[in-house]
Design a binder for this molecule. Sequence first.
Ligand SMILES: Nc1ncnc2c1ncn2[C@@H]1O[C@H](COP(=O)(O)O)[C@@H](OP(=O)(O)O)[C@H]1O
Ligand SMILES: [Mg+2]
Length: 349
Amino acid sequence: MLKSELQVALTVVSRAANLAQSVFNKLVTAETVTKNDKSPVTVADYSCQALISLLLSKSFPNDPIVGEEDANDLKQPTESSIQLKNRVTQLVNAELSKPQSIGESDNLELGTSRDSNVLLDAIDRGTFQGGSSGRMWCLDPIDGTKGFLRGGQYAVCLALLVEGKVQLGVIACPNLPVNPSNPDSPKGVVLAAVKGQGAFQRPISETNGTLTPIRMNPITPESLSYASFCESVESGHSSQSDAANIANELGITNEPVRMDSQAKYCSISRGDGDIYLRLPVSADYEEKIWDHAPGRLIVAEAGGKVTDIHNNDLDFSLGRTLKNNKGVIAASADIHADVIKAVQKVLKV
Ligand SMILES: Nc1ncnc2c1ncn2[C@@H]1O[C@H](COP(=O)(O)O)[C@@H](OP(=O)(O)O)[C@H]1O
Ligand SMILES: [Mg+2]
């Protein structure tokens, strides 16, 4: 089930991750940053959304996309908007013209920068409003934009939703080591899960490599105090003080592991950590579905449970946001109830 969707999702996400890394290498670390360049993460964001949209439409022309970006900033009659559009067009064209198998390229070029409606349309395909009916893809081209800019964790995230439920999730993390217990191991993994069929990973570089099954750590309520948890680097995205109090309540003494993006879901899925806490900072913030859809499925398929702070399932069927949920609590299924108890005691909910 969903075999071709999985294959396509793995390919497009891996290619977008390579494109994002090359943008990082060219624009963030190199001297080529000029005052006319838009923020490198903006370039990477639009390029990855356009690339994924174009490649998805080749295989699944009728599926809508709920994507983080729209093309409005590229349609302005300003010099900087035109430069940005040209830059994104060049990058996507360069990626599309790379041969994928011997002698074969995608045959999908955008054309020249003067004729770039194809680019704008591809990006704007991500403006679908979501909902509870039919198939749709959910896309965060660069999740963890702050992490991207600081050379830390970021992720290219894609999920397939059917009738408002996540059926397939793929996340590429270019800066996550392939083997976390070996600091010298190469970086760059892609994780994937299909509902009912488990969670897997492989190095981004192994385009046709085997997917290795992953599982969460076998932690129990008795060993919970040895757990480690991860949270956002950005204290504006998740309350770090509440997390410290929850850890205290659970007897956890390990320092929190802070990282950007859905790399947190990926890390706990393969046992690098045990718990992911995302604790509301403001009462009115609605989490975006693209920040959670693939991560939630990968954790669930690796033996975990993901709910909000009220212990409700995340509801992806309500549009572009998780408007019925507050925060996210992800942990191994065996300890999730204990974690929720501590969360609710500390947050008084
Ligand atoms: N006030 C807030 N509370 C929670 N999440 C927020 C937020 N403001 C922005 N975000 C989201 O947090 C995401 C990053 O999450 P994290 O902190 O786990 O790295 C951002 O995704 P992008 O980086 O794709 O914009 C953004 O969607
Ligand atoms: Mg995001």
